[in-house]
Design a protein around this ligand. Structure first.
Ligand code: SF4
Ligand code: MG
Length: 341
């Protein structure tokens, strides 16, 4: 596989002032803590986890919108970990992001033609009538009416505003687009349209996507591979089918048990796994396996030792899980009881 983007042992900690705790010094939110992940050229990598698991932070580190605390980010063979704003500029053509709330990222007082043309202005591509023509081509490409060039964002529906975001992301013909919950705010019928649009564009322009979502139902259908995050770490990564057929990490299992099944014949095979408690604070994450206070399979080893993200059981090198006691196919976690409190 050609690797387009790679992060190694990536850490992103945010300092938090702890004055109010009557203590000196700083505490840190360990938003991303030791992530290894590869994005392969031409694939869609789904990145899944609950709110606060660090997936958006990871995405912003991957695209170097954030500086990283430690670790390494490599894009297209170049180490981009410590490039300055200036040095990053050429990279801004190659890597783009699409956000959940296109409205929030669109200035309401600017016309969409000029918003979509921003990347051309920033990178000095074309001007005047030529730039307008390029913008109108982009509008057409994403299913917007080019005659609406002079309209304001408020004159578009939610789905159309997401198309504006897609058009802007495409302007410089990037290699990689990181889509941060691009459809979460949209109605289901509109979600499908945007997902189909992204899929068509991927084909046409040979794009690589990282597709972030908070549940598995959306990413299942769009992803070649899926990485599951929990509390700042990747706990499992596998091809989409393998992840669904043989999830090894108990957290992945629980997430999957919450996804409605397309095939009703299978529904009796899967009971919903209810996890104990809430996600702990990333200020002071649990020792060992960070999932252990909530895990149905937790044992003493789990609180003591961090499980490495490696191939488990008979899985090949493309299926990795960070769990000391990986789940066997058919194992019933609904009835499992942890052996530690
Ligand atoms: Fe559960 Fe232990 Fe596996 Fe963590 S390492 S997921 S606590 S069984
Ligand atoms: Mg987010």
């Amino acid at each position: 596989h050609d690797v387009l983007l790679e992060v190694e042992n990536l850490q992103k900690w945010f300092p938090v002032s702890s004055d109010r705790l009557f203590r000196r010094g700083k505490e840190h939110v360990q938003a991303v803590d030791g992530v290894d992940l590869q994005v392969r050229a031409g694939e869609t990598l789904g990145l899944v986890g609950e709110t606060g698991c660090g997936k958006s932070t990871l995405a912003r580190c991957m695209t170097r919108l954030y500086d990283v605390t430690s670790g390494r980010v490599t894009f297209d063979g170049t180490d981009i970990t410590s490039l300055s704003r200036r040095e990053l500029r050429p990279l801004r053509r190659e890597i783009q992001m699409i956000f959940q709330d296109p409205y929030g990222s669109l200035n309401p007082r600017r016309r969409v033609g000029s918003i979509i043309g921003d990347p051309f202005a920033i990178h000095g591509v074309g001007k005047g009538a030529e730039r307008k023509r390029k913008v109108q081509e982009l509008m057409e490409l994403v299913g917007l009416n080019p005659e609406h060039y002079n309209r304001f964002p408020a004159e578009f529906s939610g789905g159309q505003r997401q198309r504006i975001g897609v058009a802007r992301a495409l302007a410089m013909r990037p290699k990689l687009i990181v889509c941060d919950e691009p459809v979460s705010a949209l109605d289901v019928s509109i979600q499908a349209q945007i997902i189909n649009l992204l899929a068509d564009l991927q084909q046409e322009f040979n794009l690589t996507y990282v597709f972030i979502a908070h549940d598995l139902s959306v990413v299942r259908h769009v992803s070649d591979r899926i990485a599951v995050m929990y509390l700042g770490k990747v706990v499992e990564v596998a091809e989409a089918d393998a992840l669904h057929e043989a999830p090894r990490h108990p957290y992945t299992n629980a997430l999957l048990s919450a996804v409605p099944l397309a095939d009703p014949d299978l529904s009796d095979r899967r009971e919903r796994i209810i996890l104990r408690g809430d996600v702990p604070s990333p200020l002071n994450p649990p020792t060992g396996c960070r999932f252990h206070p909530r895990c149905p399979k937790a044992a003493d080893t789990c609180a003591a030792e961090v499980p490495p993200l490696i191939s488990r059981l008979n899985d090949g090198p493309d299926h990795l899980a960070a769990c000391h006691f990986p789940v066997e196919i058919g194992e019933n976690l609904v009835e499992a009881r942890p052996t530690i409190a």
